[in-house]
Every structure is written in structure tokens, then in C-alpha cells.
Design a protein around this ligand. Structure first.
Ligand code: KIV
Length: 265
């Protein structure tokens, strides 16, 4: 695959081409994801749940994120790689700078992702001013599950307004990309249209600039029930892993995924 860059992803948004993203945690999966033409690999801290067997992302350490990002980057052939900043490794500017430096220098990530809007603005600004590309993550925040639970965000007028304001604020602070998780489709569409940075949705309807899914959901190896917004593509194509990944790309590009059955609002 041709090497993906932030400017290419930005251009895809301006041309109205959908960006595909999927999580990976190791070299072989990263290889097949890039081979399928998926533009972005997210080394998500979801690895705490789908690889390590915890019931949340909270226990994941920075060392573990560095370890998995290094593996992914060894297998990755051209996809743009985002690494998550795990719980409490971005709790203030100094800590976040140290954590991001490890993910970029040691592990080879192209961008770091961090959860939260208002509380993260100074951190996004500091990272961005040092040339570190930042993906903000708004909506359902898995690292805040103990306080807020796993809930759709932005269903009522007040929370929708707050989310829109936060989306503008993270872009203004220097974020280069935004992940929206479990947000009503019309709100996610409106945010995607108003922001200049690419907005990637998960459980946020079909009208964001791109989609991200967790790889174990896509390949049907997630233990337990699949989230409503997700889709088992291995089952859908009843073929190989490679065909499942290609079908995901085709459906996102053709705007056939997500469909009404995947809406959370
Ligand atoms: O950790 C992760 O996999 C994520 C996605 C759910 C967006 O943050």
C-alpha cells in the first residue's frame, strides 16, 4: 500500500472519500489490514479487553501500548498508525508529553489518541505545538466507564450542544483528527460537516468522514455479544480473513456500512 499521511487523509475528507480504520495489536494482523487497503490502523487500548481479557481499558499500561505499537509497525506496510494514550498517561501536560514521546520515538506511531474534550485542551495544544499529531476521542469515553458507564452521548439537547462545543474546541486546540464513539448519527454528521479535520465514527452513523471498528468484532473472535454498532465481516463474506477486511473497506467506501441496524441512537 502507498504510505498514508495526515495530508492524504485530510485530502480524502475534502474529496468526500470515506476513510477506513480498524484496530490491530500485532504484526500479522497489521500486515493483512494494510494489505486490504485500510488507510488507518488504530492500536487501541481496547487491547485491554480483547487481548488481555480485562473488563475495561483501565489496566492497560504505557509499556504495553509501546510493545503492541512496535509489533503493529513491524507488520504494517503503509497504513497510518494511531496509538492510544492509556488511562492516566495523559493526565497532565508533562505526563502526556513523556507518554507521547515514547509512543512516537520508541514505538513508531504516527499519531497519538487521547480521550476527553474540555479537560484535554491544554494537553492537545502542548502536543500539537511540538509537532505531534493528535487524535481526540469524544462521545462515549471507555476510560471514564467507572464514572459515566457505556452510554450513547448527545441524545438530549444539552449534551449534544456540549459535544459540538467540545468538538470545535479540540480542533481549535490543535487536534488533527477526531474519533466520535456512540453518538447519534445526525449529530455526528453535523460535527463532521462543521469540522475541517477528519471525523472517524464508531457507533456514529454512516455520515462521518470515516469508520473505525475493533478487529476482533470484524473477524468474529470477540468473546460475548458484539456491540450493536459493529459487524462480523468474516461471517458476512463466509470466506477468508483477507476477504472479510476487503468487504469492510468496500462497504465503508460504498456507504453501505453502517446501515440502520447498526445505529445506536
Ligand atoms: O481502543 C479502541 O479500540 C478505540 C476504538 C473503540 C475507537 O478507542
Amino acid at each position: 500500500m502507498m504510505k498514508q499521511t495526515l495530508s492524504k487523509l485530510q485530502k480524502m475528507k475534502s474529496l468526500g472519500q470515506k476513510i477506513t480504520c480498524i484496530t490491530a495489536y500485532d504484526a500479522s494482523m497489521a500486515h493483512w489490514i494494510a494489505e486490504a487497503g485500510i488507510e488507518v490502523i488504530l492500536v487501541g487500548d481496547s487491547l485491554g479487553m480483547v487481548v488481555q481479557g480485562f473488563n475495561s481499558t483501565l489496566p492497560v499500561s504505557l509499556d504495553e501500548m509501546v510493545y503492541h505499537t512496535k509489533m503493529v509497525q513491524r507488520g504494517n506496510n503503509g497504513a497510518y498508525c494511531i496509538a492510544d494514550m492509556p488511562f492516566m498517561t495523559d493526565c497532565n501536560v508533562d505526563t502526556a508529553l513523556t507518554s507521547a514521546a515514547r509512543l512516537m520515538k520508541e514505538a513508531g506511531a504516527n499519531m497519538v489518541k487521547l480521550e476527553g474534550g474540555e479537560r484535554a485542551l491544554s494537553i492537545i495544544g502542548a502536543l500539537s505545538s511540538l509537532g505531534i499529531p493528535v487524535c481526540s476521542h469524544l462521545g462515549l469515553l471507555p476510560q471514564s466507564v467507572e464514572k459515566k458507564g457505556y452510554k450513547v452521548v448527545g441524545r438530549d439537547h444539552v449534551s449534544a450542544e456540549r459535544l459540538l462545543k467540545e468538538a470545535f474546541a479540540v480542533e481549535q486546540a490543535g487536534a488533527d483528527m477526531l474519533v466520535l464513539e456512540c453518538v447519534p448519527a445526525t449529530l455526528a454528521q453535523s460535527i463532521s460537516e462543521q469540522l475541517t479535520i477528519p471525523v472517524i465514527g464508531i457507533g456514529a452513523g454512516a455520515n462521518t468522514d470515516g469508520q473505525v471498528l475493533v478487529v476482533t468484532d470484524v473477524l468474529g473472535t470477540t468473546v460475548g455479544k458484539l456491540p450493536k454498532f459493529s459487524k462480523n465481516y468474516l461471517q458476512a463474506c463466509s470466506g477468508s480473513v483477507q476477504q472479510a477486511l476487503v468487504l469492510y473497506v468496500e462497504e465503508v467506501r460504498g456507504q453501505n456500512f453502517p446501515s440502520s441496524e447498526h445505529l445506536v441512537d
